[in-house]
Design a protein around this ligand. Structure first.
Ligand SMILES: [Zn+2]
Length: 317
């Protein structure tokens, strides 16, 4: 079996302006780094396609879609929040990012690959149903999750979000839905302010949201403890039909936007643990999607570690 890899030069066209942390150089740096490895050629390239409005509105209000389209058509600027800066091409780029993740889902579901990584921008996990926020326009992971359920009939999806920031958008989109288990490890208190351990879901979704707030200064040991004692038992009990990772790399020790000290190797450790979950109940189906990560070296090396572990697992099947 194989690992799918999706990226697209057009993701560079989302121009956030001068000195914005979520910049095109992030993607260029990762691509330059991972192309150096002999394994890069063994990845199956997946081609991005624009996300159809039908799938976008599964998780977003049409008003957000229209506002994003108009803001970009009018030359760009701020969308909903000062940290979401868009250019004329950002709307198309965001649709391509969401649609790209869906193509990885297609490749996984057709059995072409058993897992895949989407190197996309803009990121998605802060995007709420009706509001762009935190560098995010549309919630790529949420859209792919609904796509897996509605297009392919999968029942239960596990989303693990290891970005240093809490994925408020993803939590809120699924908090009433017991079929999607949203698990987040994040620095707390920190942006965006949500993600207390008391937030466990709403209504029939109670019990399907699991927040693991981590103190500033936490590192590999604290994260490993959270995985072993809380997250993994919960994940195995849930028996997901697919695993989706909101893979931000801003909890890395070098990252300027977080105060968590994960090592590069620890991203490999977390990847292995989630592959084991996917192997146990999901026939290995795992889709990983880039969120944050703002130190170019830390981001590039951590993504390389993550993909190399995905590939090792594929090679073993
Ligand atoms: Zn982040």
């Amino acid at each position: 079996m194989n690992t799918g890899f999706l990226s697209d030069e057009r993701f560079l066209l989302h121009d956030t302006g001068k000195s914005h942390p979520e910049r095109p150089a992030r993607m260029r740096s990762v691509l330059d780094h991972i192309r150096e490895f002999s394994w890069f050629e063994t990845l199956l390239p997946i081609t991005a396609e624009t996300c159809d409005e039908k799938w976008l509105t599964e998780v977003h209000d049409m008003k957000l879609v229209q506002r994003a389209r108009e803001t970009c058509a009018n030359g760009g600027g701020q969308l909903d929040s000062p940290d979401v800066q868009v250019s004329t091409k950002s709307f198309d780029t965001a649709l391509l990012a969401a649609g790209g993740v869906m193509r990885i889902a297609d490749a996984v579901m057709s059995g072409q690959v058993n897992n895949g990584f989407a190197l996309v921008r803009p990121p998605g996990h802060h995007a709420e149903r009706s509001e762009a926020m935190g560098f995010c326009l549309f919630n790529n992971v949420a859209i792919a999750t609904r796509y897996l359920q509605k297009q392919y009939g999968l029942d239960k999806i596990l989303i693990v979000d290891w970005d240093v920031h809490h994925g408020n958008g993803t939590q809120h989109i699924f908090e009433q839905d017991p079929s999607v288990l949203y698990v987040s490890l994040h620095q707390y208190p920190h942006y965006p302010g949500t993600g207390a351990s008391s937030e466990t879901g709403v209504g029939s979704g109670v019990g399907a949201t699991l927040n693991c707030p981590m103190h500033a200064g936490s590192g590999d040991n604290e994260y490993e403890q959270a995985f072993r004692e809380v997250i993994l038992p919960f994940a195995y009990e849930f028996k997901p039909d697919a695993v989706v990772i909101s893979a931000g790399f801003d909890a890395h020790q070098t990252d300027p936007l977080g105060d968590i000290n994960l090592s590069t190797d620890f991203y490999g450790w977390m990847t292995t643990r989630l592959l084991e979950v996917a192997d146990s109940s999901s026939e290995g189906r795992l889709i990983s999607v880039l969120e944050g990560g703002y130190n170019l070296k830390g981001l590039s090396e951590s993504v390389a570690k993550h993909i190399s572990v995905l590939l090792d697992d594929s090679a073993a099947i």
